[in-house]
Design a binder for this molecule. Structure first.
Ligand SMILES: Cc1cc2nc3c(=O)[nH]c(=O)nc-3n(C[C@H](O)[C@H](O)[C@H](O)COP(=O)(O)OP(=O)(O)OC[C@H]3O[C@@H](n4cnc5c(N)ncnc54)[C@H](O)[C@@H]3O)c2cc1C
Length: 397
């Protein structure tokens, strides 16, 4: 394995955040090393594999890539009273990915741009001089090796340890972490393979939701995410619900995935001298639906651009890298903070009856708007006109 003992930037973790940061830094002329502890990038997935088509385009892919399993044209919400609310997508669509191929495709782009990528390379510590990060210590080919860099970017996912090693405490509160559990099920009958299904209601999943994302007519990712499960584990809630679904209960399990989803706890500061954090490691996830692929990649792009500027100016101090905090908060953080507020209303304030009335009163466009941190004003107007919802409107103010 050929690699140098010094790079401009070392990136830890080859998920969407890390591979995007690597691509941008390499395109900007920096020497880049991207290290991934898993022996196969993207596998096993920990993801429902759902992505907005606009994010796909943003990442430089067409909608005919080999990793696109299904295109979706709408959502179906199955409400606590059993009624279904169908919401067609307008001006956008979602795709269901084969994440293993997708994560690799992102890495191919980073490698084409000139980044050096090594799988089965675990970063075990950060190197420091005078308290400042100066590189990493990694286990590669069974050997512990020190590699220096001007900047280290930690994109090591939800269980991130690198930030803490560097000196940034990123511990999240338990009520900002949703345990997620998912099966990829085959041999099922999907009612409409062009729809993504969400099942909500305290009886089946308190403070969360169950999803069914079709990968075809007979295969789907069926998963659950919820806040602070008390009576049962996420898996138990999902298993009990699957038993009640005639079209799922005799299915085959193709893959089992689990992992935490940071649905809150955005960080004001994500930089130190010579150091930045990106993606799940920095809790950069949409707090309402838990989607983090696009968020991680966009943060990776911002961090990459700030790294290029800092290295070219020979100033990688915390003050110089603070531009990443500023740009990310302006372009993404403020929006995600609003969405976090809506998520807390959903998980902490609303009863099944409230949820049903709200869903029955609003149109699809508004659901999509709220999921993007917009549209609260319109929702408040509707709520103020409905005597059953007036008291709830105050939560959105
Ligand atoms: C059950 C579940 C369902 C989800 N469904 C969706 C969905 O449908 N759509 C969506 O957009 N998002 C979804 N998400 C969230 C999404 O998967 C993440 O937000 C996204 O992968 C974050 O990207 P990342 O690059 O920050 O981290 P990751 O993709 O987690 O990548 C981090 C990488 O760092 C590596 N790593 C960790 N430590 C080290 C180390 N010490 N040395 C080297 N490498 C290391 C890991 O092996 C990993 O490959 C889901 C999450 C879960 C748990």
């Amino acid at each position: 394995m050929l690699f140098k003992n010094e790079y401009d930037v070392i990136i830890v973790g080859a998920g969407p955040g890390g591979s995007m940061a690597a691509r941008v830094c390499a395109e900007g002329g920096l020497s880049v090393l991207l290290l991934e502890k898993r022996q196969e990038i993207g596998a096993p997935k920990r993801c429902g594999e759902c992505l907005l088509n606009k994010e796909l385009q943003y990442l430089g892919f067409s909608d005919n890539e080999n990793f696109i399993m299904q295109k979706l044209d709408g959502s179906v919400f199955v409400l606590p009273n059993g009624k279904q609310k169908e919401i067609p997508f307008i001006n956008f669509y979602n795709v269901i990915l084969e994440r293993k191929l997708f994560d690799k495709a992102l890495c191919y782009k980073a490698a084409e741009a000139g980044a050096k990528i090594i799988a089965k390379a675990t970063v075990v510590d950060v190197l420091k001089t005078d308290g400042k990060v100066t590189g990493i210590k990694a286990k590669i080919d069974g050997k512990i090796i020190d590699i220096n860099s001007k900047i280290v970017i930690a994109s090591d996912g939800v269980e991130s340890k690198i930030a803490r090693m560097a000196g940034l405490n990123t511990t999240n509160k338990t009520n900002n972490m949703a345990p997620g559990f998912q099966y990829e099920l085959a041999g099922i009958k999907v009612k409409d393979e062009k729809k993504q299904y969400f099942f909500i209601g305290n009886d089946i999943v308190p403070r969360g939701y169950i999803w069914l994302f079709p990968k075809g007519k007979t295969v789907a990712n069926v998963g659950i995410g919820l806040v602070e499960p008390k009576e049962k584990t996420a898996k138990e809630y999902l298993d009990d619900w699957i038993k009640t679904q005639p079209e799922l209960k005799n299915s085959s399990i193709i893959e089992v995935n689990s992992g935490g989803i940071p649905i809150g706890g955005l960080l004001d500061n994500m930089v130190l001298d010579n150091f930045m954090i990106v993606g799940d490691a920095a809790h950069q996830v949409n707090p309402l639906h838990g989607g983090g692929i696009g968020e991680a990649a966009k943060a990776g792009e911002i961090a990459g651009n700030v790294a290029i500027k800092a290295i070219k100016a020979c100033d990688t101090s915390q003050k110089a890298l603070d531009e990443y905090n500023k740009v990310w908060w302006t372009e993404h953080g403020e929006k995600l903070k609003k969405i976090e507020k809506y998520r807390k209303i959903y998980t902490d304030k609303l009863t099944d009856r409230d949820i049903t009335i709200i869903f029955e009163s609003i149109n699809g466009e508004m659901v999509s708007e709220l999921a993007r941190g917009r549209g609260a004003e319109k929702l408040i107007k509707i709520m103020l006109k409905n005597p059953k919802l007036v008291m709830l409107a105050r939560h959105f103010l």
